[in-house]
Design a protein around this ligand. Structure first.
Ligand code: NDP
Length: 437
């Protein structure tokens, strides 16, 4: 804490992993002897840079850019870029730390990293977004490469931003290096299913958890927080599996739609029109907009079986956990990174609710990014069905790994510990094998 002052989210992420490790360290003193815990807390490299850009009226703005190249024991650094005004170094470090273990859980050869900026894309024109992305990449490109560090999207970074970032990388480096960034358009090196992957993957993971209790999504009522990339495709997959999502949200409030969220309308409002969740509510006959409140408020109105937080960190608090339990929730899985506070996780687990942590439940996005890199490396493109099949197998394997690890350490059903232990041991073993570096 003294070495990383003011980085509360980073401390929270580290504490959550370390809380799971005492059983491992008791069994494997070699991890302590090789100082793997100390080493794993220190990113391999942290880059902070100035991003100057000009708005449509000629005004000059300066933002701060970050790329944290966290750990390369298992492969090149890999992790998304976040564009949001709240982004600080500690935010990027917490996300990078989580990413290291998540990437390990996919079983694919990926190290972990993360990046971002405090730029606020809301209300900016296309031209402003493009100039900002070009300025970001003008510094970032020298630190990237398909065997070095491969960014992708995250909050505020979707296909449009990836396009501008890739274009500038290509222009400066004079290399058509498709594998340098993932989430690209389908006609220029992107992978089918990447857009859907995180949301779909979260639902697959949840379905596997439910199956351990003889349940499934069929006939369930669910809540999904957020209304961005992860949320939209989580809604879609829940509906495909026979459930009904009755609530979604954005940073201005939530919507309760008793008829089930219309995924197409939600996508149109948020991704095409770049509107607000209140616009969605206005266009649905029985939907109700709940201003200023998270989507968990909907659980005060109706029974809820499954909750999928898919917006941002620390958005599901202890009181929300109590509300969900009262509403009958049986499973919670994190589509977002660290959306559930430690107190809320404790309350849910003590009530016997199945809980899937983000580093396992939302790993489908990065896994499909790795599939995009495989297609780029072999100059190939795979069908939707084949790619989705690969994603589904990866999510099943992650579920098995977390469940079996929890069993092995005598804590069956504890997916938090299972994910943390399985991810940590894989990374730590590789670090030990590669020497003190
Ligand atoms: P998007 O930018 O597409 O959507 C984010 C959504 O969350 C929006 O609805 C946004 O509302 C809402 N939101 C963001 N910040 C806040 C806040 N402070 N309070 C309330 N609501 C907020 O991002 P993604 O869907 O890509 O990412 C969502 C989460 O999933 C993040 O935690 C991300 O790290 C994680 N994730 C994403 C992956 C991916 O493949 N995209 C992969 C793995 C994890 P508004 O429009 O009002 O800002």
């Amino acid at each position: 804490i003294n070495r990383n002052p003011g980085e509360a989210e980073f401390h929270q992420a580290v504490r959550e992993v370390f809380d799971s490790l005492h059983r491992v360290l008791a069994k494997h003193p070699e991890y302590v002897e090789a100082s793997t815990l100390e080493r794993i807390c220190e990113p391999e490299r942290q880059i902070i840079f100035r991003i100057p850009w000009t708005d449509d009226n000629g005004g000059v703005h300066i933002n701060r850019g970050f790329r944290v190249q966290y750990n390369s024991a298992l492969g090149p650094y890999k992790g998304g870029l976040r564009f949001h005004p709240d982004v600080l170094l500690g935010t990027v470090k917490f996300l990078g730390f989580e990413q290291v273990f998540k990437n390990a859980l996919t079983g694919l050869p990926l190290g972990g990293g993360k990046g971002g900026t405090d730029f606020d894309p809301k209300g900016r024109s296309d031209g402003e977004i493009m100039r900002f992305c070009q300025s970001f990449m003008t510094e970032a490109y020298r630190h990237l490469g398909d065997r070095v560090d491969i960014p992708a999207g995250d909050i505020g970074v979707g296909p449009r931003e990836i396009g501008y970032l890739f274009g500038q990388y290509k222009r400066i480096s004079n290399r058509y290096e498709s594998g340098v960034i993932t989430g690209k358009g389908i006609t220029w090196g992107g992978s089918l299913v990447r857009t859907e992957a995180t949301g779909y993957g979260t639902v697959y993971f949840t379905e596997h958890m439910l199956r351990t209790r003889g349940q499934s999504f069929d006939g369930t009522t669910a809540l999904v927080s957020g209304s961005g990339n992860v949320a939209i495709y989580a809604v879609e997959k829940v509906h495909e599996l026979g459930g009904t999502v009755v609530g979604a949200s954005d940073s201005s409030g939530s919507v309760y739609d008793p008829d089930g969220i219309d995924r197409e309308l939600l996508r149109d409002v948020k991704e095409v029109r770049r509107g607000r969740i209140s616009d969605y509510a206005q266009e649905r006959p029985r939907a109700e907009f709940i201003p200023g409140r998270g989507v968990w408020a909907v659980a005060e109105k109706t029974n809820i079986d499954v909750a999928l937080p898919c917006a941002t960190q620390n958005e599901l608090h202890e009181k929300d956990a109590h509300t969900l339990i009262k509403a009958g929730v049986s499973a919670v899985a994190e589509g977002a990174n660290m959306p559930t506070t430690p107190e809320a996780i404790r309350v849910l687990r003590e009530a016997g609710v199945l809980f899937g942590p983000g580093k396992a439940a939302n790993a489908g996005g990065v896994a499909t990014s790795a599939l995009e890199m495989q297609q780029n490396a072999s100059r190939d493109s795979w069908s939707f069905e084949y790619t989705e099949q690969r994603l589904s197998e990866i999510m099943e394997n992650i579920h098995i790994r977390c469940a079996e690890t929890a069993d092995e350490y005598g804590i069956p059903g504890d997916y938090v510990a299972g994910a943390n232990i399985a991810g940590f041991t894989q990374v730590a073993d590789a670090m030990i094998a590669q020497g003190v570096i």
